[in-house]
Write a protein that binds this ligand. Structure first.
Ligand SMILES: [Zn+2]
Length: 165
């Protein structure tokens, strides 16, 4: 592996809460009294993961791959992640590591960490240890602290020009 073939990517996403759950994070359906408002399923964690890996692989971003068309209305984040995994593969890009932060006052992320890691890893055919997810509150400050929505920030490392042969 040549180090100059390693790309780093940053993905950021945020969505507003809407009344009524469930809440979908990292492809996991979480029982909660609020969901997230979006054209798709509002999976703020998976959207940021997708943008991070696409950026690290030097591929078009989430908005370009899945524009806000009728076809993509309510589109499942797992479905989008699998399609992105396929495109990375075609482009010869291999994910090495993903580190994600979910910024939210509620629900608490720590009890969900294992599930979220497993789900994201499964979508991209990775080992669980290649994906880290942690939660962070904003100590009741700002829109996150006032429980207006959830934000996610993700970095990814990708090896480009990778072939299995
Ligand atoms: Zn989103």
């Amino acid at each position: 592996m040549s180090l100059e073939n390693i790309g780093i990517g940053l993905g950021v996403d945020a969505h507003k809460f809407k009344p009524g759950g469930p809440l979908i994070l990292g492809g996991v359906t979480i029982p909660f009294d609020r969901g997230l408002e979006a054209h798709s399923d509002g999976d703020v964690l998976m959207h940021a993961v997708i943008d991070a890996v696409l950026s690290a692989a030097d591929l078009p971003d989430l908005g370009e791959l899945f524009p806000a068309t009728d076809e993509n209305r309510g589109r499942s984040s797992v479905d989008m992640a699998r399609e992105v995994a396929r495109q990375l593969n075609v482009a010869g890009a291999r994910i090495l590591s993903i580190d994600a932060v979910v910024l939210t006052q509620k629900p608490r992320i720590s009890p969900l960490r294992g599930q979220l890691r497993e789900s994201v890893a499964a979508c991209f055919d990775l080992k669980v240890r290649q994906v880290n997810v942690k939660g962070k509150t904003f100590d009741h400050m700002g829109p996150i602290g006032r429980e207006e929505g959830i934000e996610s920030r993700v970095v990814a490392l990708v090896e480009r020009g990778y072939t299995t042969s």
